[in-house]
Ligand binder design. Structure first.
Ligand code: GRF
Length: 220
């Protein structure tokens, strides 16, 4: 079973989606540790409730980003983590950190990247007036939300949408594509060819999720 380290900074609804998928038997993985860089993150409460080990590692307690990241790596290695999942983790990780987990750090982002990379993606999508947006799970590289795409889900943007209503519509799909992407890693089916990710044996070409979901029914 693949051992996960989940990094969070806030609400933790994606962390909860991973926990729920594991509990439902859809996702064959174990969460070895959760690390929050924010002592007030609601995600910490979720860990307490679920009996998951959670460590708080604050940037301010380290003299440099390098030292901060060293501590993150140390904990993740100590716990035998095989896949690092950024689930609403609000920091950019350096190449030096990523080298410790080559192509084994993934992130969920609430847009169809490369559109609206960075902060406030849903608000910027509404303000720009795009007619579709969505969410992406990608492998993390040194860019901000620009690494190789594993899976994307598309949602319509409506004339009356606010950043909040669009966020809510997108979030439902985040909670499916993130556990699904982890399951593909756990099955050893994620292959990186150049900067293209191929999920071996996956069904490509359908909407709204490409490649298609396997562990969840698509329309629900
Ligand atoms: C999500 O919208 C995710 O895509 C983004 O940060 C948000 C985290 O939400 N990276 P949560 O903490 O998982 O509820």
């Amino acid at each position: 079973m693949i051992r996960l380290g989940v990094l969070v900074s806030g609400r933790g609804s994606n962390l909860q989606a991973i926990v729920d998928a594991i509990k439902a038997g859809r996702l064959k993985a174990q969460i070895s540790v959760v690390i929050s860089d924010n002592p007030n993150a609601y995600a910490i409460k979720r860990c307490e409730k679920e009996g998951i080990e959670c460590k708080v590692v604050e940037r301010k307690d380290f003299s440099s980003r390098k030292e901060f990241e060293k501590e993150l790596s140390r904990i993740l290695k100590e716990k035998g983590v095989e896949l690092v999942v950024l689930a609403g983790f609000m920091r950019v990780l350096s190449g030096e950190f990523l080298k410790n987990f080559p192509d084994r750090v993934i992130n969920i982002h609430p847009s169809l990247i490369p559109a609206f990379q960075g902060l406030d993606a849903q608000r910027r999508a509404v303000e720009f007036g795009v007619k579709f947006s969505g969410c992406t799970v990608h492998i993390v590289d040194e860019s901000v939300d620009g690494g190789p795409v594993i899976v994307q889900a598309v949602v319509p943007v409506l004339p009356q949408d606010t950043p909040e209503s669009l966020s809510e519509r997108i979030l439902k799909w985040e909670h499916k594509i993130l556990p699904q992407a982890i399951q593909w890693f756990s099955e050893g089916r994620v292959k990186l060819e150049g900067r293209k990710v191929i999920v071996e044996g996956a069904r490509y070409g359908e909407l709204p999720v490409n490649p298609a979901l396997e562990i969840f029914p698509c329309f629900r």
